[in-house]
Design a protein around this ligand. Structure first.
Ligand code: HEM
Length: 231
């Protein structure tokens, strides 16, 4: 009997320790695979904006079948919701102490959390405006002419995309370096500092892709009237 009670409390103690550990690992893993990889692929598809409406629509809003669209949504939005829940939980446990400890790592930690809030707001607005509103309210996927026109003639859209994707680039780049540390690919302060270079490359590549897309849409938007101006 005593052994059973001991085993039970052992198991309880073990799961109390492993559950947050597994939750942290799952949240971290999902942030890179599939979310990070998918984000880069999504931006690469959006770069089709340089080639015009037909290519952009084929790459961004068209799917081979409704099933492949549903699979994409599940594979992307499922991990996104889990990662957001994990991140929001971590945001509440966050106490900034940058004045007392003005270190580089501590500054990155603070900016990562500020970027996380911005990314959360950006993705919420983006999903509503680019995915849900066109498909559920207007009855069709977002047309190239609409997003290009909004980027050109509606400055809040332009500002939200510029700042939102800046936040995504920072959040993803910094996430790659904390991911590598958590999974043991980088150990010790020195190699972590060296990994800052990798993070900087990720940041500039993702930002260049995103702002490239925005630039292409802005340029193309000159050919379309402002939204709601058509007669
Ligand atoms: C400049 C850049 C971007 C443009 C022009 C853009 C455009 C779009 C469009 C038009 C859709 C709707 C696709 C459909 O109707 O099937 C979409 C969906 C989506 N976007 Fe973006 N996007 C951009 C950047 C981003 C970034 C940086 C993220 C960050 C995570 C993101 C996350 C998503 C997600 C999660 C979906 C829903 C999944 C899907 O429909 O495939 N987007 N985007």
């Amino acid at each position: 009997m005593a052994a059973t009670t001991e085993n039970l409390s052992d198991r309880k103690a073990a799961t109390a320790g492993t559950r947050p550990f597994l939750w942290a690992r799952l949240g971290s893993l999902l942030s890179i695979l599939p979310l990070g990889v998918w984000t880069v692929n999504h931006l690469a598809d959006n770069l089709g904006a340089f080639k015009g409406a037909e290519v952009w629509e084929r790459q961004v809003t068209q799917y081979n079948s409704p099933i492949s669209h549903v699979i994409t949504l599940v594979v992307v939005l499922g991990p996104l919701v889990i990662h957001a829940a994990w991140g929001i939980q971590r945001l509440f446990s966050f106490r900034p102490n940058n004045v007392a400890y003005p270190f580089w790592g501590n500054l990155k930690y603070l900016v990562q959390r500020i970027a996380a809030v911005g990314v959360l707001l950006f993705i919420g607005a983006h999903l509503w405006l680019a995915l849900l509103h066109p498909r559920l309210v207007e009855g069709h996927a977002e047309p190239f002419s609409d997003i290009a026109s909004a980027m050109r003639h509606h400055w809040p859209t332009l500002v939200v995309y510029l700042l939102g994707t800046l936040g995504v680039a920072y959040h993803l780049a910094n996430g790659v370096s904390t991911f590598s540390w958590m999974w043991g690919a980088v150990g010790g302060r020195r190699s972590l500092a060296r990994f800052d270079i990798v993070a900087a490359v990720v940041f500039f590549v993702v930002l260049a892709m995103a702002w490239g897309v925005i630039y292409a849409l802005y340029q193309a938007g000159a050919a379309f009237p402002p939204m709601g101006a058509e007669t």
